[in-house]
Design a protein around this ligand. Structure first.
Ligand SMILES: O=C(O)CCC(=O)C(=O)O
Ligand SMILES: [Fe+2]
Length: 619
C-alpha cells in the first residue's frame, strides 16, 4: 500500500516550513530566511521556477542579491557557444544555466525556432564531457532533457510521496561478481500502472531469472505518468502510441549509491524502446557512452602498437569511426524535476550509469537522496509466456546483437538490427565489460560458465512488434535440467552466424521445430570451472547427453558480438517480497530465483562432470 499522498500545494502558497535544509544550508540561512529570500527572488524573476530559485540561492550562499545577479548572468549568457563546458576535473562549476520557466515542455526544444545545432566534440577514451544544456545534450546523445518539466508543487508532492514509499523498498540486492558477492549500491522497486490483475500478476515478474515484486503506481506517479505520456506522444510522435504502463523507481541515498554501466533489458520493451526518466531531489550525474565493440577496442589497441600514421591507416580509422565517434563519456546533470527521455535505439547502442558522486549539493527537501522514476512501455505482445524457455527451464531474455554502426540505430534510421533470445542464466553472474563493478547492476555478465547457452534469433516488425512465427514454441513440460537425461541444447539455437540471413521460421511442412531435439555433436557442456574471461561469451552450450564429450565450440562460432552480449542490463529490485507479495501462479513456478538457477546449474554441471568422469573410464 502506498502511504497517504501529501496535500498538493500551489507554488505561490508553498510554505517552506516543511523544508528541512541540511546542516550546510542551515548554517547560512534558516528555513524562514530561505522562504523570504525565495519570495524576493521569485518576485524579481517572475518566470523563474522555484527549483531554479532555490539552486541560485544555494549557490549564492543565501545572498539574494548575488543569486539575482547569477540568474541574470546565466540567462544572458545562454548562447549556443557557451552551452557546452567540457571538464574532466570540475563538473560542478556554477556556470550551468538554470531553466527559467515552469514546465519547459519538449516542444520548446524540439519545435521552437530552428537553432543551429551546437558543435560537439567527442570525448576521447577516459574523458568525461559535461553537457549542461538541453541543446548540447540533444546534439551529443540520444536523449532529450527537459530541465523543469512538472509544476513545482506536483514535483514536490511526488518527491514527498516517493521518499516515503522508497523507505520500504527491498534492501539492496546482492549479486555475484565472479566469486565475490557484491551489493548493488542503491535500492529500487518495480511498479505497474494498473492494479495487479490476474493477468498482470503473472506479467512482468521475471527479470533475468528473478521474480519481481510489483507495486502499483502511487497517486502522484499516476498523475505524472499522464504528463509524461502526453509529452512523449505529442512531441516525439512515435509510430505507435507510447504508454507508460510500468516503471522502475530508484532511490540513491548519499554519494556512494550508484548504478553501474548498463543498458535496460529489452525483454518486455522490445526494440528501440523509449524510456522516460524523471529525477527528483538531490542532483546526480547521469553518464552515457557508446557501447563499443571489444573487437574495435582491440583494433585500436593494435593500431596503437603497430606502424601508424600511413594514409590508409588514417583513412580506415576515420571511416570506421564515422558511426562510432569517440569512446569517452558524456555527463548530464539531472536536477530535481527534470525529465530525461532516452530515445529509441539508445538501449541497443549506448550504455548509461549513475556514478558515485565526489560531492553532493543537498536538496532542500530530499537532502542527499535522489529519486528516479524510469517510465517504460511494456509491450503486451512481449508479456511473460512469450519468450522461449531455455534449457535451464527459464524464460529467456531479449538481447540486441551489437550494431555495425551505433549512429544508425537511432529512430529514423533503417539499420536492420538483430535481436535474439538468450539464456538468462548466462547473465546471472554479473560484471560489466570494463570492470564497472562498483555499480554493475542487473545481468549481463555472461562469464561463459553459467547458463545453458540457449540462443535464438527473433524478428520484429517495423512497429517493434514481435513476429511470433520467429519464436520457437514453448513446451508445456520442458525437461527438468536437474533430472532429465534429455536436457539438451537445440541445434538451431547455437549458431548465430548461419542465421544472419535466415530467420528461425518453422519448416515448410508446417511442423514447428522441436525445441529440444537430439544434441548437436559439436556442443560442449557448461564449463565446470568458473571462467572470468568476459569474451568467453554466453554461448557455451549445455550437456549433450553423451559420454563422449566434444571439444569446445570452434572460433568459427563466434556468437553474437561479445560486447553487448555481456553488458550489464537493467537494475533489479531484489526478489525479497516485502510489499504486496503477489500470488504466484502455476506458470510462475517455472520462474526461478537467482539462487535456484545457480543451484540448478551447479547440479547440472556436477552431473555432467560425473558423467564425463565415467565416460573417460576413470570412475
Ligand atoms: O537513476 C537513473 O537516472 C537511471 C536509472 C536506470 O538506469 C534504470 O532504472 O534503468
Ligand atoms: Fe537503466
Amino acid at each position: 500500500m502506498s502511504p497517504p499522498t501529501p496535500k498538493r500545494r500551489r507554488i505561490d502558497d508553498m510554505a517552506l516550513t516543511k523544508l528541512s535544509p541540511s546542516p550546510e544550508t542551515e548554517s547560512s540561512s534558516t528555513s524562514d530566511d530561505t522562504e523570504i529570500s525565495l519570495a524576493i527572488l521569485l518576485s524579481l524573476h517572475p518566470n523563474l521556477s522555484l527549483n531554479a530559485a532555490l539552486e541560485a540561492l544555494l549557490a549564492s550562499k543565501g545572498n539574494v542579491e548575488a543569486a539575482s545577479i547569477l540568474i541574470k548572468s546565466q540567462s544572458d549568457s545562454q548562447t549556443t557557444s557557451s552551452l557546452i563546458m567540457a571538464s574532466t576535473t570540475s563538473p560542478h562549476t556554477l556556470k550551468r544555466p538554470s531553466s527559467t520557466t515552469h514546465q519547459t515542455g519538449l516542444a520548446t526544444f524540439l519545435h521552437g525556432p530552428p537553432r543551429p545545432a551546437p558543435k560537439i566534440r567527442h570525448p576521447q577514451k577516459g574523458e568525461t564531457l559535461h553537457l549542461y544544456t538541453p541543446l548540447s545534450i540533444t546534439a551529443a546523445t540520444p536523449t532529450t532533457l527537459i530541465p523543469t518539466f512538472l509544476p513545482s508543487s506536483l514535483a514536490i508532492t511526488l518527491l514527498h510521496e516517493l521518499l516515503t514509499e522508497s523507505t520500504t523498498f527491498p534492501p539492496p540486492r546482492r549479486f555475484q561478481l565472479f566469486d565475490r558477492a557484491v551489493v548493488s549500491p542503491h535500492t529500487s522497486c518495480f511498479f505497474l500502472r494498473d492494479s495487479p490483475t490476474a493477468e498482470n500478476l503473472e506479467s512482468f515478474f521475471s527479470y533475468q531469472a528473478r521474480k519481481l515484486e510489483a507495486r502499483q503506481f502511487t497517486p502522484s506517479m499516476a498523475e505524472v505518468t499522464e504528463i509524461v505520456e502526453k509529452l512523449v506522444n505529442e512531441t516525439l510522435k512515435p509510430r505507435k502510441r507510447w504508454r507508460a504502463n510500468a516503471a522502475l523507481v530508484n532511490r540513491y541515498e548519499g554519494k556512494e549509491q550508484s548504478v553501474g554501466w548498463h543498458t535496460d533489458e529489452l525483454t518486455y520493451l522490445g526494440p528501440r524502446a523509449v524510456i522516460a526518466s524523471v529525477s527528483l531531489g538531490c542532483e546526480r550525474e547521469f553518464r552515457v557512452r557508446r557501447a563499443v565493440a571489444k573487437q574495435r577496442r582491440a583494433e585500436d589497441n593494435n593500431g596503437a602498437e603497430g606502424v601508424k600514421g600511413g594514409e590508409s591507416d588514417r583513412k580506415s580509422k576515420k571511416e570506421r569511426d564515422k558511426g562510432n565517434p569517440g569512446e569517452g563519456q558524456y555527463s548530464i546533470h539531472l536536477q530535481h524535476n527534470s525529465l530525461l527521455i532516452m530515445h529509441g535505439g539508445m538501449q541497443e547502442a549506448w550504455k548509461h550509469c549513475i556514478p558515485p558522486a565526489r560531492t553532493l549539493t543537498p536538496h532542500l527537501i530530499a537532502g542527499d537522496i535522489r529519486i528516479n522514476i524510469t517510465y517504460r512501455f511494456y509491450r503486451p505482445s512481449l508479456k511473460p509466456g512469450t519468450a522461449p524457455i531455455c534449457n535451464c527451464n527459464l524464460p529467456t531474455t531479449l538481447r540486441p546483437k551489437f550494431p555495425d554502426s551505433a549512429a544508425s540505430l537511432l529512430d529514423g534510421h533503417a539499420d536492420p538490427q538483430r535481436y535474439f533470445w538468450a539464456c538468462a542464466g548466462a547473465y546471472v553472474l554479473n560484471h560489466d565489460d570494463e570492470g564497472d563493478a562498483s555499480g554493475g547492476d542487473g545481468g549481463g555478465g555472461g562469464d561463459g560458465s553459467s547458463g545453458c547457452g540457449f540462443f535464438q534469433y527473433t524478428e520484429f516488425d517495423k512497429d517493434g512488434e514481435l513476429v511470433t512465427s520467429t519464436v520457437a514454441p514453448r513446451t508445456s513440460n520442458p525437461p527438468d535440467p536437474n533430472t532429465s537425461d534429455t536436457f539438451t541444447t537445440p541445434e538451431l539455437n547455437h549458431d548465430p552466424e548461419r542465421k544472419l540471413d535466415q530467420p528461425d521460421l518453422p519448416p515448410k511442412d508446417g511442423l514447428t521445430p522441436d525445441p529440444y531435439p537430439r544434441p548437436h555433436p559439436l556442443f560442449r557442456p557448461p564449463n565446470t570451472t568458473s571462467n572470468d574471461d568476459d569474451d568467453g561469451g554466453s554461448l557455451g552450450s549445455s550437456g549433450t547427453g553423451s559420454n563422449a564429450l566434444p571439444p569446445p565450440l570452434a572460433p568459427s562460432h563466434p556468437g553474437p558480438e561479445p560486447e553487448l552480449n555481456q553488458q550489464v542490463t537493467d537494475p533489479l529490485p531484489p526478489a525479497t517480497p516485502s510489499h504486496q507479495e503477489p500470488a504466484i501462479s502455476s506458470s510462475m513456478t517455472r520462474i526461478q530465483t537467482r539462487d535456484a538457477v545457480m543451484d540448478a546449474l551447479r547440479r547440472r554441471r556436477q552431473q555432467l562432470h560425473a558423467r564425463r568422469f565415467r565416460g573417460s573410464g576413470s570412475g
